[in-house]
Ligand binder design. Structure first.
Ligand code: GLC
Length: 480
């Protein structure tokens, strides 16, 4: 089967969050299963220096955004058997960052239009076009409204995966014509309209043949008033074509038995000494005082979605109880400043790294004792699964994929528990759960060790989910 993944980011070339992991790992697994997969992403400025060899200029064409004409240069490189097509236009993508600009709507309209023209230019006749999130959301609409009979798309089916329903690609109504060259009648039809604007995410949902999200629990949440960010009616409309598949992690990249980025490798048998050695190195790296103190860690984008308003007060409480804290991530300026203030107050107990550093992230996963993830909402979450693999017990709010991947310890289930969980989004609930975990760490070390072993045994690989996606692709290709 010929599958095209289209997204705004993908490992190992461009990453701000879990989306990049999923696009790459799922593609890699599908390739192993024998499918032909290409990935199409923008050629961001920061990708340029990272590809040293094997980058070909494949073609050049133009796309029209209403009256404007923009050049597209397509480059190709191969990674792990996957062809990456990079859509280049310096004006739109040669910037030091991926998103967050006033013209993101226009940038991704250009990207979407360029993707539509790419297939005939590189002669790739896709069976499946799998789009991710709002950025390429208009593509199925563009093709179905404009070119349904074009030979190249004659047998193409569309799958959309929702990774983050909070970003809906909202544009003023005029942009339908001005960016996408689509008629205003479409707006009146209701297919693209959302809260009196155009939503590229909603449009993607309506026009795709199948829609998925990244965990079974998040599927339920998207169909509820509280958890759907306003999308529930649309999801109900799609009910029979809507699935929730739990993401996996790249178990090759994250493997404590062979990880070159950590100080001492370990497995389930040697985890106690192995984790202790990594913890010592980690604590020294941040100049913290007591290497034996319980260590709470976090690797995350620092955005409100991740439960920052619970995290910050809880960190103060934990430090006062003698714990150390190490955080790696970047995001909202206010949040970064709050964590800097925490470190300012407790320089020997708190280590903060603002930014992303892959080597350090691996050491944190290996050296931590407890991994904090009190997310307000979390369609899947990847950090908790990586933490489990390294035997760092996640403390999660039971929402979305966190609920589907962590079994919280409750005094009686040490044979199956592999972390800690709580339900209410309150500071009190999170602090109490952290203190409960701390108590198990301090006073029930045999239980704590058992939970570590349970966590390390969890199979979070992509194998299962990749098969579910493949099954979905096959079922939709067979539909008439
Ligand atoms: C988004 C979601 C996160 C999910 C990731 C990959 O970043 O917020 O929960 O794990 O996408 O699907």
């Amino acid at each position: 089967m010929k599958i095209a993944m289209i997204a705004s980011e993908s490992n190992p070339l461009a990453k701000t969050g879990g989306l990049a992991d999923v696009v790459y790992s799922l593609s890699k697994e599908l390739t192993i299963l024998g499918e032909e997969v290409i990935i199409i992403i923008p050629f961001y400025g920061n990708i340029k220096g990272t590809i040293k060899t094997g980058l070909d200029h494949v073609c050049r064409y133009q796309v029209h955004l209403s009256w404007r004409c923009a050049d597209v240069d397509v480059y190709r490189t191969y990674i792990d058997g996957i062809a990456y097509y990079l859509i280049s236009n310096d004006q739109y993508f040669n910037r030091g960052h991926l998103y967050g600009d006033f013209d993101d709507g226009e940038r991704f309209a250009f990207f979407t239009l360029a993707c539509k023209e790419l297939f005939s230019n590189v002669n790739f006749k896709p069976d499946i076009i799998h789009i991710h999130d709002w950025q390429p959301g208009m593509l199925p609409c563009l093709i179905k409204e404009e070119n349904p009979r074009l030979d190249i798309f004659k047998n193409t089916k569309f799958v959309l995966t929702i990774h983050n329903p909070a970003f809906q690609g909202m544009l003023p109504r005029e942009m339908l014509g001005d960016l996408y060259n689509l008629s205003d009648e479409l707006f009146s039809s209701g297919k693209v309209e959302f809260h009196n604007m155009v939503s590229t995410l909603k449009t993607g949902i309506i026009y795709s043949d199948k829609v998925t999200t990244v965990s079974p629990t998040h599927r339920q949440e998207l169909m509820s008033k509280e958890g759907s960010k306003g999308l529930d009616d649309i999801m109900w409309y799609k009910e029979h074509d809507f699935c929730g598949f739990l993401n996996g992690i790249d178990v090759g990249e994250f493997d404590p038995r062979h990880d070159e980025k950590i100080v001492q490798v370990y497995d389930g048998r040697t985890c106690v000494s192995g984790k202790a050695a990594n913890k010592k190195a980690l604590v020294e790296h941040f100049n913290l005082l007591d290497p034996t103190a319980p260590l709470f860690v976090l690797v995350s984008r620092l955005t409100w979605q991740k439960g920052l308003d619970l995290l910050i007060p809880t960190c103060y409480e934990l430090v006062n109880r003698g714990a150390n804290i190490i955080i790696l991530g970047s995001g909202e300026y206010e949040a970064e400043q709050s964590f800097e203030r925490l470190r300012g107050s407790y320089p020997h107990h708190v280590g903060i790294y603002i930014g992303y550093n892959d080597d350090l992230a691996h050491l944190i996963y290996a050296g931590g004792d407890l991994f904090m993830m009190p997310s307000l909402f979390e369609p899947c979450g990847i950090g908790q699964m990586i933490a489990q693999r390294y035997g760092t017990l996640p403390i999660v709010r039971r929402t979305g994929g966190l609920k589907d991947s962590v079994i919280g310890y409750d005094n009686n289930n040490q044979d199956i528990a592999n972390g800690f969980g709580f339900d209410d989004y309150t500071i009190e609930a999170f602090i109490n759960t952290c203190l409960y975990a701390l108590d198990v760490y301090n006073n029930k070390s045999s239980v704590f060790k058992k939970l570590i072993k349970n966590a390390m045994k969890v199979d979070n690989s992509w194998k299962k989910s990749a098969k579910l996606y493949l099954g979905l692709y096959k079922s939709v290709v067979e539909e008439k």
